[in-house]
Design a protein around this ligand. Structure first.
Ligand SMILES: NC(=O)c1ccc[n+]([C@@H]2O[C@H](COP(=O)([O-])OP(=O)(O)OC[C@H]3O[C@@H](n4cnc5c(N)ncnc54)[C@H](OP(=O)(O)O)[C@@H]3O)[C@@H](O)[C@H]2O)c1
Length: 202
């Protein structure tokens, strides 16, 4: 396995020998190439002590036009410790595709029905509407969302969720696009949205 990732991490486990010994043995036996940690939603700092162990090769973190907080502490730490960054949830679970409305509902059993509760859905849609005003002509909001992330040299790769071939093609094409202008990047910085974990956000 190229990359073995831990899910739902707590930084208080940083010095627990049980995981440290296990991943060291898995690497020594050639079972895994690298070890990664997927950081909980809106807690990019909840991994910093673990990175300092030197045992971690990659961090998977929510990073997008709204969730810019990983730039504060996590990305500088990754740069210093040579840890790769995997940016996940680049469209804020769909908000940054510009397709959600205040009435959006998903098929029964789709977890987004419990995530986009009115307390989350309404401000998300309002913010997407504000963002839509600065999407340049000829560009889509999903393209802008991916190009914002790709502009950051700290990010090694982006993993958008995709179920449609058309989305795969559109998203892959953004890798070849020109960098966004400095003016546009500055305007996108204004759309940062710091949120706190709550019962519907897990
Ligand atoms: N480690 C963790 O804890 C964790 C947690 C959550 C997610 N993840 C991973 O993170 C990745 C992304 O997360 P995500 O899927 O939850 O959120 P996301 O990438 O922010 O959003 C996915 C949504 O965007 C839509 N979309 C994708 N490309 C589009 C395009 N070009 N135009 C319009 N809409 C587009 C998709 O629609 P369609 O479905 O219609 O294609 C889907 O509804 C996934 O690979 C997932 O496995 C990891």
């Amino acid at each position: 396995m190229d990359l073995f990732q831990f899910h739902v991490w707590e930084d208080s486990w940083a010095h627990d020998p049980s995981w440290q010994d296990t991943v060291t043995e898995m690497k020594d036996r050639g079972l895994i190439g690298g070890v990664g940690i997927s950081v909980n939603r809106w807690e990019p700092w909840n991994v910093l002590r673990t990175l300092e162990t030197g045992l971690i090769d990659a961090v998977q973190v929510i990073y997008n036009i709204f969730d810019q907080a990983p730039e504060d502490e996590l990305f500088p730490a990754c740069r210093e410790l040579d840890v790769a960054v995997i940016a996940r949830v680049p469209f804020d679970e769909g908000t940054l595709t510009g397709t959600l409305t205040r009435d959006s509902r998903w098929p029964e059993g789709d977890w987004r029905n419990t995530y986009f509760v009115p307390e989350n859905l309404v401000p998300s849609v309002e913010r997407a509407e504000r963002l839509a005003r600065i999407v340049p002509e000829g560009m889509t909001m999903p393209e802008l969302a991916l190009r914002f992330i790709l502009a950051n040299p700290d990010v090694a790769t982006v993993i958008p969720g995709m179920r449609k071939p058309a989305h795969v093609r559109a998203n892959l094409a953004t890798s070849d696009a020109e960098p966004l202008s400095e003016e546009l990047m500055a305007a996108l910085r204004e759309h940062r949205w710091d949120r706190r974990p709550t019962e519907w956000s897990q």
